[in-house]
Write a protein that binds this ligand. Structure first.
Ligand SMILES: *Cc1c(COP(=O)(O)O)cnc(C)c1O
Length: 400
């Protein structure tokens, strides 16, 4: 890869993370232990949540969250198709069926007005997504959940540090505003531990379930057993999983948490600069940030002008040494969802396999969206190159 290649994203990891991981390794305690406990306390304080429970990934966080709010085989969960496929997959892990609702094209987030018509007597929960770090309309969604007696789980995989105006106050995503919020620490997100995840909730009862299930359903945590002066025999009262985060990862996560405020400020500045530099491009649509949100800009997704081909633009940019990604993909268009029994849309009479007329905005967003490079250490010079390459790739002589 050329030296001046611009990646679509790059994690900010340095000597601090190396030293922290080294300390954890040399401490003699390498899997879930004291570093995980510290990381959980610091994470909870950062987002303003009473409880935080670390797990092995954003996906395993989603699985435990859905189980904890009571999703069981035969149930339905309302969500979006236009998300990373793990969102819908986590519903299927519970033996339940995702019910896909279309998005609001301006924000790429679930359209709250389309939720009510999708509710059936099998609906057990709403799984909303803060797509690419942009908070979804939680106020409307939580209201529907309360009104219909449905728990709200937030897929906040991308949304660490994003904020929402809530009853006149700016609050972090993950407080949580629904019943549970799920975060991911994959390297494409703002805080990375390689792989990892976090669950936040205001319910001590739900938090206790997470702690039991992430560690094989074991009645006594390892830390308690090891520090007890008396012999302790554990038991396994419920079916659990191995969804642990390691202490090595948690030590890295604690350093990453310290970098967050600056990283978010840098990303917000770069996102604003993209908007200034691209504002006059004919036909191009820039991502919307509603005035009740402050995004962390995990991704910056533009929509190409009509009649401009996505793959052509992305290839031209790659030829210039600039990586991009297409818009978020739709789960219902993937072969893993070809069987019509694996999902349904809001229209119970619609039995599509493949393209679905009721998810037209989701499909259009996948087709028209292009995610531009954005990472906290990106230079203005790199950003200028991205803008130049995008303009050139969209110019008429370069198309077709
Ligand atoms: C990244 C992501 C996930 C999955 O997180 P992992 O940590 O990779 O398991 C789930 N949902 C969304 C919206 C994501 O962006």
């Amino acid at each position: 890869m050329p030296k001046d290649f611009v990646p679509v994203a790059r994690p900010h990891l340095g000597q601090e993370e190396v030293a922290a991981a080294g300390r954890a390794i040399l401490s003699g305690w390498v899997t879930q232990g004291p570093e995980v406990a510290r990381f959980e306390r610091e994470f909870a304080a950062y987002v303003g949540s009473p409880h935080a429970c670390a797990v092995s990934s954003g996906t395993t966080a989603l699985h435990l969250a859905l189980l904890a709010v009571g999703v069981r085989p035969g149930d339905e969960v309302i969500t979006v198709s236009h998300s990373y496929i793990a969102t819908a997959n986590s519903i299927r892990y519970c033996g339940a069926k995702p019910v896909f609702v279309d998005i609001d094209p301006a924000t790429f987030n679930i359209d709250p007005q389309k939720i009510e018509p999708a509710i059936s007597d099998r609906t057990r929960a709403i799984l909303c997504v803060h797509q690419m770090g942009m908070p979804c309309d939680l106020k409307a969604i939580v209201e529907i959940g309360r009104h219909r007696g449905l728990p709200v789980v937030e897929d906040a995989a991308c949304a660490i540090g994003s904020e929402i105006l809530w009853q006149g106050q700016w609050e972090k995503i993950g407080k949580p505003h629904g019943d549970v919020a799920c975060f991911s620490f994959h390297p494409r997100k703002l805080l990375t531990t390689g792989d990892g995840g976090m669950l936040t909730t205001a319910s001590a009862e739900i938090d206790a379930k997470f702690r039991l299930w992430r560690q094989h359903g074991m009645s006594v945590p390892d830390t308690v057993r090891h520090s007890s002066p008396e012999v302790v025999f554990e038991s396994y009262p419920e079916l659990g999983f191995n969804y642990r985060l390691t202490d090595i990862q948690a030590a890295i996560g604690r350093e990453q948490l310290k970098r967050l405020p600056e990283a978010i400020a840098q990303r917000r500045q770069l996102a604003n600069r993209y908007k200034q530099l691209l504002g006059d491009m004919p036909g191009l649509t820039l991502p919307d940030e509603p005035d009740w949100t402050r995004a962390n800009w995990q991704s910056f997704c533009i929509r190409l002008p009509k009649d401009i081909d996505q793959r052509t633009v992305m290839q031209k940019m790659l030829d210039e040494g600039i990586a991009t990604r297409r818009g978020i993909m739709c789960a219902h268009l993937e072969p893993a969802y070809r069987d019509p029994e694996t999902w349904r849309c809001a229209q119970t009479t619609c039995k599509p396999s493949g393209r679905c007329p009721n998810l037209a905005e989701s499909e259009r967003a996948q087709r028209e969206g292009v995610i531009l490079p954005l990472f906290s250490e990106m230079t203005e010079e790199q950003q200028d190159r991205v803008v130049r390459a995008l303009r050139a790739a969209c110019s008429p002589r370069n198309q077709g």
